[in-house]
Design a protein around this ligand. Structure first.
Ligand code: NAD
Ligand code: LMR
Length: 328
């Protein structure tokens, strides 16, 4: 029997990530090739005409899984009945801007949209915040939508995770699908810690294969941390196809589960695991099963890693204070 369609909200759907993301959702890349979807697309009034153009293209593409499209500038209509919400709407960073510069513009959007999601989304709606500052926007959404369970509010660090897989695959000249269990700790920012201490290719540890500790602790980390800025420099626009694809990976694994023996990175509400302060949205290694994520426990953290985990937590604590000062 055919499955009931799932309503998927994409905010900022007239923007460049939105334009890359909605066809992926409509093709079943996010929720599976047998899962019909109804797309809810939200943008702001100045983008209404462009949003309608995206809707026209979705109709023209004749996606068999796409059972309906709601294109609207009304946040209540957009949020009503959605089971998955991918929050992309906001202002992207431009060349030369630090992520903190986009803070004041974006946190107020997430405060406002929190209550609409809380009131009108389907119970147990899974929320993924993509818009920057992603971790802190997610925290603001969580705090202003107290009835949404904290386990349902996450932010995107899967792009960073995938970037780390890509760098290791290039360095070792192996298939990216053979690289497993990298970790992104902390903030989706240049303080994030891409950690390969527990990563493997086949049954071999990545550090043993790379045989270059200086590269792993230096250039590799910096490349992943700065990849967003490098893309902005090259394209004069921030990453879009990789962000959209990683957002699909994040939701797919969350809903359908991670493969046995494999973890992924997700920005989730910290419960104090690994001595990360509780009450931050922080990227951890997680496994997913039955629609729930769980932080991987018991990984060893050496002194080098400890300092990196703490530095990115300190930045998130600072961002949280800054976000609240922007809202007051
Ligand atoms: P974009 O400017 O092309 O699109 C953003 C869209 O959001 C625009 O259409 C804009 O009109 C819309 N928008 C603005 N305010 C809105 C609101 N209140 N409600 C609904 N829509 C609204 O930007 P983009 O390149 O698509 O990037 C979107 C966001 O994603 C940015 O914040 C960017 O920094 C972030 N990003 C995050 C990651 C990640 O890995 N977490 C990666 C890439 C980009
Ligand atoms: C990215 O990582 O590509 C985005 O978050 C864009 C940015 O501002 O770095």
């Amino acid at each position: 029997m055919a499955k009931e369609p799932v309503r998927v909200l994409v905010t900022g759907a007239a923007g460049q990530i939105g334009y890359a993301l909605v066809p992926m959702v409509a093709r079943g890349i996010m929720l599976g090739a047998d899962q019909p979807v109804i797309l809810h697309m939200l943008d702001i009034p100045p983008a209404a005409e462009a949003l309608n153009g995206v809707k026209m293209e979705l109709v023209d593409a004749a996606f068999p899984l796409l059972k309906g499209v709601v294109a609207t500038t009304d946040v209540v209509e957009a949020c009503t009945g959605v089971s998955v919400a991918v929050m992309v709407g906001g202002f992207p960073r431009k060349e030369g801007m630090e992520r903190k510069d986009v803070m004041s513009k974006n946190v107020s959007i997430y405060k406002a949209q929190a209550s609409a999601l809380e009131k009108y989304a389907a119970p147990n709606c899974k929320v993924l915040i993509v818009a920057n500052p992603a971790n802190t926007n997610a925290l603001i959404l969580k705090e202003f939508a107290p009835s949404i369970p904290e386990k349902n509010i996450t932010c995107l660090t899967r792009l960073d995770h995938n970037r780390a897989l890509g760098q290791i695959s290039e360095r070792l000249n192996v298939q990216v699908s053979d690289v497993k269990n990298v970790i992104i700790w902390g903030n989706h920012s240049s303080t994030q810690y891409p950690d390969v201490t527990h990563a493997t290719v086949g049954d071999k540890p990545v550090p043993e294969l790379v045989k270059d500790d200086a590269w792993l602790k230096g250039e590799f980390i910096a490349t992943v941390q700065q990849r967003g800025a490098a893309i902005i420099k090259a394209r004069k626009l921030s990453s879009a196809l990789s962000a959209a694809s990683s957002a699909c990976d994040h939701i797919r694994d969350w809903v359908l589960g991670t493969p046995e023996g494999t973890w992924v990175s997700m920005g989730v509400y910290s419960d104090g695991s690994y001595n990360v302060p509780a009450g931050l949205i922080y990227s951890f290694p997680v496994t997913c099963s039955g629609g729930e994520w769980k932080i991987v426990q018991g990984l060893s953290i050496d002194e080098f890693s400890r300092a990196k985990l703490d530095a990115t937590a300190a930045e998130l604590t600072e961002e949280k204070a800054l976000a609240y000062s922007c809202l007051s």
